[in-house]
Write a protein that binds this ligand. Structure first.
Ligand code: 0GY
Length: 293
């Protein structure tokens, strides 16, 4: 593991908040273990191993029912660790893959059968080399035929230039981590308001109200992030998802307590109806679409 990054907390606190039955952690990862699933040679960081067994233990400990396992950049386009976790989860996990423009219909069908429901387009420069837009369009064309969606990861300053491209994509989009606002600027800043407008103007765009530990300036209990997440939950109650982001790659100054992240939920989704939409109805509609809601 990179020396300046912190490993995940092996002993999170027991949350006081009880998630409703069927609650989904819609953003988490598995890493390695490296001796079975080596990290990608082109990776920009090396995480600590975070195997599926630990993820499933955490799911149960926190009172969650299901996981959406997102392929992270340190595994490149090799989705085998993520797929292995889906297969071990007995229907309790779905996945988001990273693929290239030459991915075949057979490869996509195999991922679909394993429980993959979308692809991730990562625009964060510290994590990945730039991908030509043309490649993303080719991928989008292939995956929409499967009814998959696209998870997009970018940081707030990129939104203005990315908007024409994002809004041209022919699929449901899910924006990671509220578009990564600079919380020191406050919710009224034009950058965050641009993000709010993007969702207001495009009802195919969803977002994850995740990663207070990455966005905070103040530190736990993340008071400075609450207004951002709460704004989105109140304004777009049917298009928000929540997740832990376990095992929290690339954290340098905070080792998040996952129990504390659960206890943040009632501060950002303040009614039982909002909590049910955020944790149960929305993620199940997107990730387990063939089940009756
Ligand atoms: C996250 C966080 C990060 C990393 C990745 O793909 C990745 O490597 O997503 C990050 O460093 O912001 O979980 O989205």
């Amino acid at each position: 593991m990179d020396a300046d990054y912190r490993p995940f907390d092996p002993n999170p606190s027991k949350p006081r908040f009880t998630p409703p039955p069927g609650a989904v952690d819609a953003h988490c990862h598995v890493f390695g273990p490296a001796d079975t699933f080596p990290y990608a040679p082109e990776r920009k960081y090396t995480p600590c191993d975070a195997p599926k067994e630990k993820l499933f233990e955490l799911r149960d400990f926190l009172g969650l029912s299901r996981n959406v396992i997102v392929q992270a950049s340190c595994h490149g386009r090799d989705n085998t660790a993520m797929v292995d976790a889906l297969q071990a989860a007995g229907g309790r996990a779905t996945g988001i893959a990273v693929v290239g423009p030459d991915v075949t219909a057979e490869e996509l069908a195999a991922l679909d059968a394993a429980g993959v429901r979308g692809v991730r387009f990562n625009f964060v420069k510290r994590l990945v080399d730039a991908t030509p837009r043309e490649n993303y369009l080719r991928i989008a064309d292939k995956i929409t035929r499967l009814g998959w969606h696209i998870v997009v990861y970018f940081e707030a300053p990129e939104l203005e230039s990315l908007t024409p491209f994002l809004t041209s994509l022919p699929a449901t989009l899910v924006v990671d981590h509220m578009g990564r606002p600079d919380v020191a600027k406050g919710v009224d800043h034009p950058d965050f308001q641009r993000f709010v407008r993007l969702l207001a103007d495009h009802d195919n765009i969803w977002t994850k109200v995740t990663c207070p530990e990455r966005l905070t300036v103040a530190g736990p209990p993340y008071d400075d992030v609450v207004p951002f997440a709460r704004t989105l939950v109140e304004r777009f109650p049917d298009r928000v998802l929540w997740g832990t982001d376990w095992p929290h790659p690339n954290m340098t100054w905070i080792v998040p307590d996952d129990g504390e992240l659960i206890d943040m939920i009632p501060r950002i989704a303040t009614t039982a109806a909002q909590q049910r939409a955020l944790l149960v109805d929305n993620p199940n509609r997107l990730y387990w679409p063939t089940e009756r809601q």
